[in-house]
Ligand binder design. Structure first.
Ligand SMILES: C[S@@+](CC[C@H](N)C(=O)[O-])C[C@H]1O[C@@H](n2cnc3c(N)ncnc32)[C@H](O)[C@@H]1O
Length: 205
């Protein structure tokens, strides 16, 4: 964890938000996905790798309670500074999401992962991640995964990535989750390069 955390801290220390390769000035793609979920506004949303995403501001404006995790203390500090007094409905966590969450971790109605899972490469890390999904997401709750697709880039942020199909996401989540919707989406990064993602929304039975 220490190496990974340092890697991400260096990135967040060295670049402004708009210089980050995954920076989205407009988070409508994710908002449109979660608008497919009925009554999401008063619910608790868990972000396993929040980064400094503007999705946080949008969800706060909707009245959502948030659990914001990231492996990078720098990302969380920058986000905390930006959110300021608007953070009273936020629980902050700093941990490697491939490792078990603390006993008694807050349970959530919606898990939203954009560009976090695909950095986990070993079976152990990936299993750990999906174990946390099962710990956190309530029955009837939802999981939105947005990862590099099978036609996507091989690397991001100086790291290799594991690219996903919807079938692999479904298999990794297991029988307790039903696929509701999926879409290929090409994100154009701040340097103007296309980055193909797959978005998939699941519901826990
Ligand atoms: C590509 S960025 C995406 C950030 C945010 N989700 C967004 O869409 O802007 C990946 C984020 O995941 C975090 N991260 C990477 N590996 C992680 C891990 N094992 N556990 C928790 N967070 C991790 C990084 O620090 C970074 O904030």
């Amino acid at each position: 964890m220490a190496d990974q955390a340092e890697h991400w801290n260096r990135i967040f220390t060295g670049k402004a938000d708009k210089e980050l390769g995954w920076y989205e000035g407009d988070v409508r793609q994710t908002l449109a996905c979660i608008d497919r979920i009925p009554c999401e506004r008063s619910q608790t949303v868990f972000l396993p790798g929040a980064g400094t995403s503007l999705l946080v501001d949008e969800l706060l404006a909707r009245g959502t309670r948030l659990v914001l995790n990231d492996i990078s203390s720098e990302a969380l500090a920058r986000l905390q500074e930006r959110i300021g007094a608007r953070g009273d409905r936020i629980e902050w966590l700093q941990q490697d999401i491939s490792q078990p969450l603390p006993i008694g971790a807050t349970r959530a109605d919606i898990w939203i992962d954009r560009a976090v899972l695909h950095f986990l490469l070993t079976e152990q890390e990936i299993d750990g991640y999906f174990g946390n999904v099962r710990t956190v997401v309530k029955r009837g709750g939802h999981v939105l995964l947005a990862e590099f697709s099978e036609t996507g880039a091989l690397r991001c942020a100086g790291l290799d990535v594991h690219r996903y199909s919807v079938d692999e996401m479904r298999a990794r989540l297991g029988r307790g989750f039903e696929l509701l919707w999926a879409e290929d989406y090409v994100f154009i990064n701040p340097a103007g390069a296309p980055r193909p993602y797959v978005y998939a929304l699941f519901q826990r039975n």
